[in-house]
Write a protein that binds this ligand. Structure first.
Ligand SMILES: Cc1cc2nc3c(=O)[nH]c(=O)nc-3n(C[C@H](O)[C@H](O)[C@H](O)COP(=O)(O)OP(=O)(O)OC[C@H]3O[C@@H](n4cnc5c(N)ncnc54)[C@H](O)[C@@H]3O)c2cc1C
Length: 376
């Protein structure tokens, strides 16, 4: 057993938050130990190479940001390719472009000008009078019935496991509509996928830092706490406090991944299935994140697809999307108050903060937290 405080900081979690914090601390000369209960690094952005294809193990991850500080930081650890997310929607075999734009409107109504498209939407929106009372009315009041029926309804009902008329209107505040021929899903200055995969990028962040895998902090807390005066905890905040106030809820996702001996299954990285009858919400074809090429530039002969199913979350399942409704937000605030009393622990990342964070926001938060800590 190592001596008391043989490290300056113990980082719990090798996800993006933990890796960035650890890198910053080590670069400033601190003695850093990083642990993870999983057998691999990189947390939920982990990519695993199978048949030359970088498979996004915990769901498709597309890096996108408007934050120049984050972009110039992360590109030190990976070169990014020019991948642009342009998902396709499949409604009972009819294909539409996403996000809603002139290609979508042309396919839906045969219109060819923005003026005609705007007129179609305006006529259909008028159906909802007064304040929308549920998600269905909210969506129709934003984009009209046709787009709602074919591209929003089934997908949203699969995601939430409930009828859109039983879901609150606030879930959909905006449904962006573009009056241009532009299938680029993200409004971001910078976008791409790290060449060589996300795991290699995280490995570069952790280079030269001691990492122990298969170590659950909460199972060995007393011993591990003796190793460092400061802890950075990126696991679930309620688990840290042994769920003593109750369990924070999540929506989960189940993936069915399959290797297919064919070069091209669906011709796109992301296809959303927007009808209610198809049980999965999306199919990801991983090779298209790298344009069908292996790391050495050769064509990949096979393909790997993942069908995504939205799933009810049970304690013990992988937590994916926090449910930031009133009940869970209140419970989180109570845990946050307990966390504020743990002076030697920084709670960070998506699970520590019980927030849906895109990767760029996680990097920014970890950089800020490390800077703050290093000042002291
Ligand atoms: C399905 C899905 C798709 C997404 N797609 C995108 C996208 O396209 N673009 C984008 O920008 N963002 C995306 N995100 C968000 C992205 O996944 C997060 O921003 C990022 O993974 C957060 O990193 P993190 O370090 O906070 O958490 P994690 O990656 O979850 O890392 C936490 C780590 O802590 C470890 N840990 C937890 N408890 C313990 C313990 N007790 N002991 C030891 N280790 C522990 C875990 O094993 C894990 O490795 C997506 C998220 C989901 C759910």
């Amino acid at each position: 057993m190592s001596a008391k405080n043989s490290y300056d900081v113990l980082v719990v979690g090798t996800g993006l938050y933990g890796a960035v914090f650890a890198h910053e601390a080590a670069s400033a000369g601190k003695r850093v130990l990083v642990i993870d209960k999983r057998q691999h690094i990189a947390g939920n952005i982990c990519t695993e190479q199978i048949s030359g294809i970088h498979v996004h193990k915990y769901g498709a991850h597309i890096f996108h940001t408007n934050d120049r500080r984050v972009w110039s930081y992360i590109t030190k650890f990976a070169e990014f390719n020019r991948f642009t997310n342009a998902p396709v929607a499949n409604f009972h075999g009819e294909l539409f472009s996403l996000p809603f734009n002139m290609y979508t409107f042309h396919r839906m109504w045969g219109v060819t000008t923005p003026e005609e498209a705007a007129a179609c939407i305006a006529a259909q929106r008028a159906e909802v009078k007064g304040e929308p009372r549920n998600l269905e009315e909210q969506a129709i009041s934003l984009v009209g019935r046709d787009l709602y029926e074919k591209l929003v309804k089934g997908y949203t009902e699969k995601q939430w496991g409930r009828d859109c008329r039983e879901l609150p209107a606030f879930i959909i505040r905006r449904l962006p509509v573009r009056m241009t021929f532009d299938n680029n899903y993200f409004n971001a200055l910078f976008q791409g996928i790290p060449v060589g995969g996300y795991t290699a990028m995280v490995a570069r962040l952790l280079e030269g830092i001691e990492v122990r895998l298969g170590v659950d902090y909460l199972k060995e807390k007393a011993e591990l706490d003796r190793l460092a005066g400061q802890v950075v905890y990126t696991g679930p905040i309620d688990a840290y406090f042994s769920y003593r106030l109750g369990t924070l809820e999540y929506r989960s996702v189940r993936f069915e991944t399959e290797l297919l001996h064919m070069p091209n299954y669906q011709g796109n990285a992301v296809v959303n299935y927007t009808d209610k009858e198809t049980p999965w919400t999306r199919i990801i074809e991983h090779k298209w994140f790298t344009f069908g090429k292996a790391d050495d530039g050769s064509d990949l002969p096979d393909t790997i697809i993942s069908r995504e199913y939205s799933a009810e979350w049970q304690p013990g399942d992988e937590p994916y999307y926090p449910v930031n409704d009133e009940k869970n937000s209140r419970l989180y605030d109570q845990y946050r108050a307990l966390a504020d009393k743990e002076a030697h622990v920084i709670f960070g990342g998506r699970l520590g903060a019980y927030r849906y964070y895109d990767m760029d926001a996680v990097i920014a938060a970890a950089l800020d937290a490390a800077e703050e800590w290093l000042k002291v």
